[in-house]
Write a protein that binds this ligand. Structure first.
Ligand code: HAM
Length: 544
């Protein structure tokens, strides 16, 4: 490697006129560009913060990205004051029977402009949004891996039967279901748990229990949209099968807390309410209510804080529960502590014994400050049989952040053997809202994925640029080759935009000597490096 000193900039051979002098010019230009970009970033940041004051419809679709898109499409004034509108409208893009004639170019009619919004309730993920999504998914993976869970996946399209349950729960009513071309009823998955159950059942004896698996599926629910609640969302699913004791629940809760901590969320921000459906079961048993009414009763109880109590009580009576049972249930569920619940269910209550053990385990895990018993938590899915839990923001402004519980009999409903199982689902939308509010969302703006930009000074040298790029990529660095004929100053501006730290210039005379010029954009230094020494240069840059 040769470091170019100022003495080298004196009377010079031709190559220096071409490359070195150009570097100096570009360096000055580069500073101007940096200043301009810094100003642009500041403007965008101001715009983002103005927009950040309003609740965003899209958790991940950053205001910044939309701002940039609009800024490109609209006039300068509308850039700063454009309203969010977010979330997309129903797409007007329909099959066009005249498409063929339109694409031949023979039609004199102007093509109808495509509605560029994604379908209502869904999101586009532009590159900055993807950086953030990948950040969160990486945290999901780390928290799951550090607790010994293995990742799995399943198709987003499943047989509709998998989701049709009789208890009248919301998720079964919100299916994106349709008939495929073979006449089969299919549906986009609204949740992952039934697919997991299907996979466990299909795996049969080949599946080694206990099983600890996680997944990050995209789920689809045709539901009314509110803040943090969309028609598609990604849901981190963490499940344990084959463990009947609350040791499984404790491990799940510790995994969830591990994630919160890794995101910078504390027990002051978030709490996890815990209950057991066993409590309701024991109350119903005390009144001789048949077991088959249990799941439907739980689904109705879950609606207590969402619908008028009279309507719920009416539905319960329609289900065959006596008025006295309905009133007793309602009063039991508003009871506050494990001890007062004990006086209702007696000292032998299995549900309460389990809950006590769970809280004792939580102490060993060091997560007690996150947890609280809450008899009103029932959860809206019909298949839960035991412990249920829900993570919520303590300010009470957002929907549930995550929810889960024990579902020992789900496999039985599919004609399989009942198998102990429990788990939780944790959406991507609400947590991002919370992170934004708490100021712990990492800044991805301008985050670089490119280390080096390689630029050939003329067409004949393009092959050389590719060769240099190949050498650098072999060392695990990210390289962007300038693919078209461009001026040197464009290449530097491009490198600045990408956040690259180095620009490699392939110039005629240097290349003839088997060298390339490398400019360090941070230090402003410039060196010549032999192509066969690029590997060494990479090690120096990476500090290895
Ligand atoms: P869930 O309560 O329906 O449970 O959903 C779990 C989490 O997914 C919610 O707490 C929320 O964070 C997120 N979520 C659900 N619907 C939406 C939506 N429309 N928009 C944004 N986020 C949403 C289940 O799905 C269970 N299968 C979880 C489970 C796994 N139980 C056992 N294992």
């Amino acid at each position: 490697m040769v470091r170019i000193s100022s003495s080298l900039l004196g009377p010079s051979p031709r190559c220096r006129h071409v490359s070195v002098a150009a570097f100096v010019t570009v360096a000055c230009f580069h500073m101007t560009v940096s200043a301009a970009l810094a100003l642009q970033r500041a403007t965008i940041a101001t715009a983002s913060s103005i927009r950040g004051a309003a609740p965003s419809n899209s958790a991940f679709t950053l205001s910044l990205t939309r701002f940039r898109r609009r800024a490109a499409a609209n006039g300068p004034l509308s850039r700063l004051f454009a309203s969010d509108g977010g979330g997309g409208r129903s797409s007007a893009a329909v099959t066009d029977p005249n498409l063929a004639s339109k694409t031949t170019g023979k039609s004199s009619q102007k093509n109808k402009k495509l509605d560029t919004n994604p379908p209502k309730g869904t999101r586009d993920f532009y590159p900055d949004d993807m950086l953030l999504r990948n950040y969160l998914f990486e945290k999901f993976r780390q928290a799951a891996n550090s607790h010994g869970f293995r990742e799995y996946d399943a198709p987003v399209l499943e047989s509709e039967d998998l989701y049709v349950r009789k208890a009248g729960e919301d998720v079964s009513a919100q299916l994106y279901g349709f008939e495929d071309k073979g006449g089969r009823r299919v549906s986009l998955r609204p949740e992952m748990t039934p697919s997991l159950a299907r996979m466990v059942m299909a795996g049969g004896k080949g599946i080694v229990m206990p099983l600890k698996w996680f997944s990050i599926p995209q789920c689809w629910r045709y539901e009314r949209m509110t803040r943090g609640r969309r028609r598609e969302h990604y849901q981190w699913n963490v499940d344990i099968w084959g463990i009947a004791g609350v040791e499984a629940e404790a491990e799940l809760l510790a995994t969830m807390v591990g994630l919160f901590e890794s995101l910078g969320i504390t027990a002051e921000d978030v709490g996890i309410r815990i209950n057991s459906r066993g409590v309701i079961k024991e109350v119903l048993a005390g009144f001789d209510v048949p077991e088959e009414k249990f799941a439907a009763t739980c689904v109705l109880v879950d609606k207590l804080d969402k619908m008028p109590i009279d309507a719920i009580q009416g539905d319960m009576e329609a289900l065959g529960l006596a008025r006295s049972v309905v009133e007793n249930l309602t009063s039991v569920l508003t009871d506050a502590s494990l001890d007062s619940m004990s006086s209702v269910l007696g000292p032998d209550s299995e549900a309460l014994t389990d809950l006590r053990r769970l809280f004792a385990l939580a102490e060993a895990y060091g997560i007690t400050e996150w947890l609280a018993f809450d008899a009103s938590v029932v959860r809206g899915l019909a298949y839960y049989t035991g412990t249920v839990f829900e993570a919520f923001d303590r300010k009470g402004e957002l929907r549930a952040i995550a929810g889960g519980g024990r579902y020992d009999r789900l496999l039985e409903t599919f004609g399989g053997e009942s198998t102990p199982a429990c788990g939780f689902g944790f959406g991507d939308a609400v947590i991002v809202e919370l992170m934004k509010e708490r100021g712990v969302l990492p800044s991805v703006e301008g985050q670089s994925v490119v280390d080096v930009v390689v630029f050939a000074l003329n067409d004949e040298l393009y092959g050389g640029a590719v060769k240099a790029a190949r050498e650098i990529r072999k060392q695990g660095m990210s390289v962007d080759v300038v693919l078209e004929k461009k001026k040197m100053k464009w290449a530097f501006k491009h490198a600045d935009r990408l956040g690259a730290k180095h620009v490699v210039v392939v110039a005629p005379d240097e290349w003839e000597r088997g060298e390339v010029s490398i400019k360090d954009l941070t230090k402003g230094e410039q060196i010549l490096v032999k192509v066969e020494k690029l590997e060494e240069w990479c090690h120096t840059v990476k500090g290895v």
